[in-house]
Design a protein around this ligand. Structure first.
Ligand code: GLY
Length: 268
């Protein structure tokens, strides 16, 4: 966030401690971050939907970065106009350029955008669905994902369309204590059946294993407690009601997933 931090980061990189001694310096992008997902068969682009995640480990978006402590979809800041702009100005030119280079890209393009004062700008692409963004996308997807992915492989994406539930989906990531640092594995997790039986709730497993017939934690990010609701607020209430039914003293989660989307709903 400051020139001193930037200089320290460059010194760290050039010291070789990350294995190489090269770095690319890019424009600093200021604004809200949002994720925009697109499928492509190498020629055609089919826009999917949007999401936002919470990367910091602590409430209020504080503490170290993680792989993602929770997410929601849609991202209310990504208006249809901004999605259209990102598609035409960023995603389609990328797909065209890759094809022109003789390397057409087929699959999921996840554009990480910063909504700057000059419009959406790309901070990164991932060639995959996000984690935990994928969990909220799948809760809202009405159509068959396999058919869409096969159309990518077959080069027939221009004949496909995709429908979404209008509801909001929100996921809370349950982590083992210590994450994103060292975690202790093997603690028992109970109460999932009761949690998953709540209306609109699905629980996706990430770092779990079965040990002697009992569910145990086997990683840092362990469970994704996900819910759909008429609003982000309803989805959040459902997800945390499910979290509270899970008996796992060695786990923790953020308690404010979705705060931006809910604040926007309250402002309306
Ligand atoms: N949640 C961020 C990612 O999947 O890259």
């Amino acid at each position: 966030m400051t020139m001193a931090e930037a200089r320290a980061a460059v010194a760290d990189i050039l010291s070789g401690k990350f294995g190489g001694a090269e770095c690319v310096i890019e424009e600093f992008l200021k604004g809200e971050e949002a994720s925009f997902f697109v499928l492509t068969d190498g020629r055609n682009a089919l826009p999917l939907t949007t999401a936002q995640d919470h990367k910091r480990v602590g409430d209020g978006d504080t503490g170290p970065n993680t792989g993602g402590m929770g997410a929601y979809s849609p991202a209310p800041c990504m208006t249809p106009a901004l999605c259209g702009e990102a598609l035409e100005r960023i995603v389609k030119p990328t797909i065209r350029a890759l094809a022109d280079m003789g390397h057409p890209y087929v699959g999921v393009l996840y554009a990480g955008l910063i909504l700057t004062r000059e419009g959406p700008k790309l901070i990164e692409y991932n060639a995959r669905f996000g984690d935990p963004e994928c969990q909220v996308l799948m809760m809202r997807l009405k159509d068959d994902l396999v058919a869409l992915l096969l159309a990518c492989c077959d080069g027939t994406l221009d004949r496909m369309s995709v429908r979404w539930f209008d509801e909001a989906a929100l996921t809370v990531v349950l982590c083992a204590r210590g994450y994103p640092g060292e975690v202790v594995k093997g603690s028992a997790i109970r109460g999932l059946e009761g949690a998953a039986s709540l209306e609109g709730v699905e629980i996706f497993h990430a770092g779990t294993a079965l040990k002697n017939g009992e569910l145990v934690a086997s990683g840092g990010r362990v469970l994704n407690v996900t819910a759909i609701g008429k609003t982000a607020q309803e989805a959040q209430a459902r997800a945390y009601a499910a979290v509270d039914r899970i008996d796992w003293p060695e786990g923790f989660c953020r308690r404010d997933i979705g705060w931006r989307a809910i604040a926007r709903e309250e402002d309306r």
